[in-house]
Write a protein that binds this ligand. Structure first.
Ligand code: UT7
Length: 336
């Protein structure tokens, strides 16, 4: 018997607290015009202290995805959680989801691939289902950025971009040929690891005794660093390559794409890809305007919204593509 995986349920959750560009301009030297022109972002969500965490948002998104999948909680047999902003340094949030959802003592895996996290997680889930090992896997991408950003003018090149939120999918076994996930493609180039990174906390960066002795709140290594233009230039090339790789593997053409869900890094990146592939507005879904860049959560949030709006229908060819810190990048080709 040949097994495949399909997405049987989707859900997302974002905190209620909306932070506009004008709100940010009260904290740092920035403005609505710059942010919209360079990134397309109008607003993003930030958690309210004590109300949400990466795990709690992931759990809220997961509950919706499980409900819609028609799969009972007892039948979820693996959890994969993608995030760069775990509640704890360890253990990762996968086990917290197992606990908070009251799942059986199923395996829980944490994926650390930043903006490509959801694509990597889906790929892992797909392999487990193809081998026959598991039937229903809960995949979550969730991020809290707001508590870790440099909200001064020094950090403006990074902090205006990122937002908080979570998305989830249930992947389930199907025996239907040519349906569900057709292929996944993963890449990395660690040579550029430091071009988009948060170096501390990290055991390579500091001894704990040093941190206790001279913890310097102005140490920039405690905030994410991004070489924006370098990341941008690499992103547009890798997005194109990995979408083409997925299409070629399945003998498909660009014209076969019904819906491209690009990782929401920057509206200008999405628009560049759209123009390069000559896709219409209906063939690409963007929501960075409302949520900013939510790294591992961005694709499942956008995919869920597009699906909720009826933009993805049975039989459609859906392409997910991501690029981010690592550098890592990847794509998923789905026949819905
Ligand atoms: O999700 C993972 C992957 N991430 C990405 O793909 C992000 C890729 N990169 C980008 O999206 C863009 O590079 C950014 C949006 C981060 C930056 O846009 P940019 O057009 O590359 O601007 P820049 O960094 O070259 O900065 C241009 C100017 C600088 O001023 P000077 O040196 O020209 O005087 C910055 O200091 O804009 C200034 N600037 C700002 N001004 C107002 C930087 N950030 C801000 C800000 N508000 N928030």
């Amino acid at each position: 018997m040949k097994y495949h995986s399909k997405i049987s349920g989707l859900g997302y959750y974002v905190p209620d607290n909306i932070v506009t560009n004008d709100d940010l301009s009260k904290k740092m030297d920035t403005n609505d015009e710059w942010i919209q022109e360079r990134t397309g972002i109008q607003e993003r969500r930030h958690i309210i202290r004590g109300e949400d965490t990466t795990t709690s948002m992931g759990v809220k998104a997961a509950k919706i995805a499980i409900e819609r999948s028609g799969v009972s909680k007892e039948d979820i047999d693996f959890v994969i959680f993608a995030t760069l902003s775990p509640d704890y340094y360890f253990p990762g949030p996968g086990v917290l989801v197992q606990r908070d959802l009251g799942l059986k003592t199923v395996g829980a895996l944490d994926v650390r691939n930043q903006c490509s996290g959801f694509v990597y997680a889906v790929s892992v889930a797909d392999q487990f289902i193809k081998t026959g090992m598991y039937k229903n896997i809960l995949v979550i991408g969730s991020e809290v950025h707001s508590t870790g950003l440099d909200m001064t003018t020094r950090g403006r090149g990074v902090s205006v971009i990122f937002g908080d939120g979570a998305g989830a999918a249930v992947l389930s076994r199907t025996e239907e040929e040519g349906k569900g996930i057709l292929s996944t493609h993963l890449h990395s180039e660690g040579q550029h690891a430091e071009e988009l990174a948060l170096q501390a906390p990290g055991m390579g960066k500091r001894w704990v005794t040093d941190i206790i002795a001279d913890n310097d709140p102005n140490d920039e290594s405690y905030y994410p660093y991004m070489n924006g233009q370098f990341v941008f230039k690499n992103a547009v090339v890798r997005f194109s390559e990995v979408i083409n790789e997925g299409l070629e593997t399945n003998n498909l053409q660009v014209s076969d794409i019904n819906m491209l869900i690009p990782h929401q890094a920057n509206l200008r990146i999405s628009q560049f890809i759209q123009q390069k592939f000559k896709l219409t507005d209906d063939q690409v879904y963007n929501n960075i305007q409302k949520y900013g860049n939510t790294t591992a959560a961005s694709i499942p949030i956008a995919l869920t919204e597009a699906w909720e709006k009826g933009k993805i229908k049975e039989g459609d060819l859906v392409v997910l593509a991501a690029f981010g810190s690592g550098f890592t990048w990847g794509s998923v080709i789905i026949r819905w």
